[in-house]
Every structure is written in structure tokens, then in C-alpha cells.
Design a protein around this ligand. Structure first.
Ligand SMILES: Cc1ncc(COP(=O)(O)O)c(C=O)c1O
Length: 455
């Protein structure tokens, strides 16, 4: 019996950028071509990618943070193959199997006692949607508060909680009852919560767009206010979970005990879609309150067996390889090694991060390079960061990203199994690249002009 010949199909695929542009998204391919990211990728392992010409690239972007255990992790792969070979019954729809319960138990064991139930999804945004829906039903309230610049996914409910105009403005009207407060402004938060009609307060423990850490005491006080006024406290760990910030979940840094915790991304080791909402028993029982309501929320593919197998393997891998501790250690070293850049280069305003969620922010220099900075920023706010991201990739073969629209912030979310020498390589390449970008050679200015015409 012959199946599809994937190897042959890939080998004979020809120009994949052309096909992608024709069939999936021409504007995305245009972006890749403009910034020179249009490589043909051949393989990946751990924190490295290899292109068709055999060049190796250091992956400091980690698929937007879904490769905490490294790309193509062989132990996750083995677990997936084993799950396939076991011919498990798959999703029964009207029945249950072992793996979802085992993963739910493993997650609950690793979180504070308040979190007792898991509702699996296939993505992060679905886990957030579940938090919003269940939170509304459980509290019998309708309003949802989130933070300016917050990001929780791009489906309509999550988007309604999004605090960035670039994502929301073209998709109005969004869901009613959603409002935002400023990160750090406890008075504004209390003013809203005091009305006792807010179902859920939704926050990222560290904001992904721009990598903004909460001011000291903010999250603890926010949780306390939520408890006082009967609002569910939802900490979105989709990006920060599973060791990213140096603890298994970022909320551990502040000793928080949220009522709702959406997770996703790296739980499956990056192999298959996975997501979940960890929640208190009270929330769960308020919604799933009778046999009639036993299936009040869910979706066909969640929980799927492969995601569950990968999830169990990923938690095991994080423990076995001590990757959470490694993230904390490497993160501290990354900060220590990059903080001097603030004094060394006028154009570097700040470096910040926790664990291996790290960013460098650029700002207008006082003296040298000031005029060019202004010219570049007039073309497109935040464009300077692209002047670092692009040569890091093209000259040093290091993959990074700009941390969001209109911001001069470069961000990294590397696999947690990153080597010490990989980290050193990144820091050295970064310093060289920033030095050059600050001087703004004409080739870079030319690139900036092209890039500014992207949109
Ligand atoms: C904090 C946060 N929440 C939710 C999401 C959405 O997850 P997904 O892309 O799996 O829908 C993301 C994605 O980047 C995220 O960073």
C-alpha cells in the first residue's frame, strides 16, 4: 500500500516562496523578501536552523516562544511516535481516554491548589476565549478588563481584550463590555472593579508586546482587588509559561494564585497545536453545573491524543533537563552581559527581561546619530530595531524579532536549552550590530527606506 510521498513532494516542491505567495499570503512573502528572511529552510535541531545551502542559524526567536524544549526535540518526537504506534483510540467524542486526564493531573500538580480543573483547547487564543466565556457565566457578570498594550490572541473575544490599535482598529465593532486600564495604575483598576460588574481581569504577567514587566507589587495588589470585588483574576501564561521566565509559570515570581490560567504554545514542544485553560473548581462547577451542561464548552479536536502525549513528554523534558532552572540562569547571565550596552551605546535605552524573555529598547541618541535616528523614525516609528534585526540575521545568522508594531524594541524568546556559547555568540553579535546601526551606514539607510515602504 503506498501513501503520500512527503519526501518526494518536498524535494520537488520548487520555489516555496512563490507558491506560498500565490496560495497563502503574498504580503507576508513580500515582508520576508524585503528584510531578507526568505531562506529555504532545510532542517532544525535544538536552538538551530539550517538552510538549504547548509548554513546554520541561531534561533533566538523560538517560533514566537513555542520551542522551549528546543526544535525537533528527539524525546518529544519519540513520545509522539509511541502514541501513534500504540494505536490509541483517539478522540472518542462520547467517551474518555487516559492521556488527557494524565496531562491534566500533571499540570494541576504543578500549580497552586486553587487551580483544580483543566479545559483543553488547541491554541492559546481558544484558551483565552474559554476564560472569557466561562468567567462571564461563572460570575454572571459581563464586563472584561484588560491592559493597554495587552495581547491575548487574534480571535474575536481575545481581540476584544487586545490593547493595541494596530490589531483592533480594522475589525470593529468588537465585543461589548471590554475595557482597558493602564499597566501599573491600581486606582484606575479599582475604579472599574468597584462597580462589581467585571467578570474577568485579564493580564499577561509580562507583556509580550514590548516585553514590559509589571511594576513591583502591581500584580499582587491587582489580585487582591479582584478578590475584594468578586472579579476572576486571569493570568495569561500562553507565552510566559513552561519555564520561559525562569519559573514554570511566571505568576510564581509574585506568589500569585489566579482563578484562570490560559496556557498553550510550548506545552507540546512545538510539534502539534495544544492549549488549555487551568481554572478553579468554583469556576468550573458554576458553568458545568449539570449533566445538561456537561459539554457547555469545548471543541472537536481538544483534547487530542498527540497534543496530550507531547504535553506529557514536554513536562517530563522540562523536569529531566532542568530547563526551568536553565532559563533562570541563562536569563540572569543575558541581563548581566547586556546591561553594559546601555552605557556603551547612546542609542540603547534599556535592556530588560526575566528568564529567557528578554528585550533591548532603543531610543534617540543625544549626540552622534541623532539626525539619522529622527529621519528613520519619521519614516516608520520603531524602524531602528529592524536595522538591528536584519543584519543580525543576514550577517551573523541569528534570528530575532521586533517586539511589536511601532516600537524600537528587539526581543528574543530562545529555546531554553540554548548553549552558553550560543548566548555569548548572540551578545557579541548584538554589540557589533548595534554599534554599526548607530553609525547608520548608507546601506542600512537604503534598507530602511525600502522597509518603510512595506506597508
Ligand atoms: C500572551 C498570549 N496570549 C495568547 C496568545 C495567542 O496564542 P495562539 O497564537 O496560540 O492563539 C499569544 C500568542 O502569541 C500570547 O502571546
Amino acid at each position: 500500500m503506498s501513501g503520500v510521498d512527503l519526501r518526494g513532494l518536498i524535494a520537488g516542491a520548487g520555489d516555496e516562496h512563490e507558491r506560498w505567495a500565490r496560495t497563502i499570503n503574498p504580503q507576508f512573502v513580500r515582508v520576508l523578501r524585503t528584510i531578507g528572511f526568505d531562506r529555504t529552510w532545510a532542517s532544525a535541531d535544538g536552538a538551530h536552523l539550517t538552510d538549504a545551502d547548509g548554513n546554520r542559524y541561531l534561533d533566538m526567536l523560538g517560533g514566537f516562544g513555542m520551542y522551549n524544549v528546543g526544535r525537533n526535540n528527539p524525546r518529544i518526537r519519540t513520545a509522539l511516535i509511541e502514541a501513534l504506534e500504540l494505536d490509541t483510540p483517539g478522540m472518542l467524542a462520547m467517551g474518555v481516554t487516559a492521556l488527557p486526564g494524565l496531562l491534566a493531573e500533571a499540570l494541576i500538580e504543578r500549580t497552586p491548589p486553587r487551580l483544580e480543573r483543566v479545559l483543553f483547547t488547541s491554541t492559546g487564543t481558544e484558551a483565552v476565549e474559554a476564560a472569557l466565556k466561562l468567567g462571564r457565566a461563572a460570575t454572571k457578570r459581563t464586563r472584561v478588563l484588560s491592559l493597554d498594550h495587552g495581547f491575548h490572541g487574534l480571535t474575536l473575544g481575545s481581540l476584544s481584550a487586545n490593547g493595541n490599535d494596530e490589531f483592533t482598529s480594522r475589525f470593529q465593532p468588537l465585543l461589548p463590555g471590554f475595557e482597558r486600564v493602564r499597566l501599573g495604575d491600581l486606582d484606575a483598576l479599582e475604579r472599574e472593579l468597584r462597580r462589581e460588574d467585571v467578570a474577568v481581569f485579564l493580564v499577561e504577567p509580562i507583556q509580550g508586546k514590548g516585553v514590559h514587566l509589571p511594576p513591583a507589587g502591581y500584580l499582587e495588589a491587582a489580585q487582591e482587588l479582584c478578590r475584594r470585588y468578586g472579579t476572576l483574576f486571569c493570568v495569561d501564561e500562553v507565552q510566559t509559561g513552561f519555564g520561559r521566565t525562569g519559573t514554570l509559570f511566571a505568576f510564581e515570581h509574585w506568589g500569585l494564585e489566579p482563578d484562570l490560567v490560559p496556557v498553550a504554545k510550548s506545552l507540546s514542544g512545538g510539534y502539534v497545536p495544544v492549549g488549555g485553560l487551568l481554572m478553579s473548581r468554583a469556576v468550573h462547577e458554576a458553568v458545568f453545573d449539570s449533566m445538561e451542561n456537561a459539554l457547555a464548552h469545548g471543541s472537536t479536536f481538544a483534547p487530542n491524543e498527540l497534543a496530550m502525549a507531547a504535553g506529557l513528554a514536554t513536562l517530563h523534558e522540562l523536569d529531566e533537563q532542568r530547563l526551568v532552572e536553565r532559563s533562570a540562569m541563562l536569563g540572569a547571565r543575558l541581563l548581566e552581559r547586556t546591561r553594559p550596552l546601555v552605557d556603551e551605546f547612546e542609542v540603547v535605552r534599556e535592556v530588560r527581561g526575566l528568564g529567557l524573555m528578554w528585550a533591548i529598547e532603543f531610543g534617540e541618541p543625544e549626540h552622534s546619530g541623532r539626525r539619522t535616528w529622527r529621519m528613520i523614525e519619521r519614516m516608520q516609528p520603531g524602524l531602528f530595531a529592524q536595522l538591528v534585526v536584519v543584519p543580525l540575521f543576514s550577517e551573523h545568522r541569528i534570528l530575532t524579532q521586533v517586539a511589536g508594531h511601532n516600537m524600537a524594541v528587539l526581543k528574543v524568546l530562545p529555546p531554553l536549552m540554548l548553549g552558553d556559547d550560543d548566548l555569548d555568540e548572540f551578545v557579541e553579535a548584538l554589540a557589533t550590530t548595534v554599534a554599526r546601526a548607530q553609525r547608520m551606514p548608507s546601506s542600512l539607510t537604503k534598507f530602511a527606506l525600502t522597509a518603510a515602504g512595506l506597508r
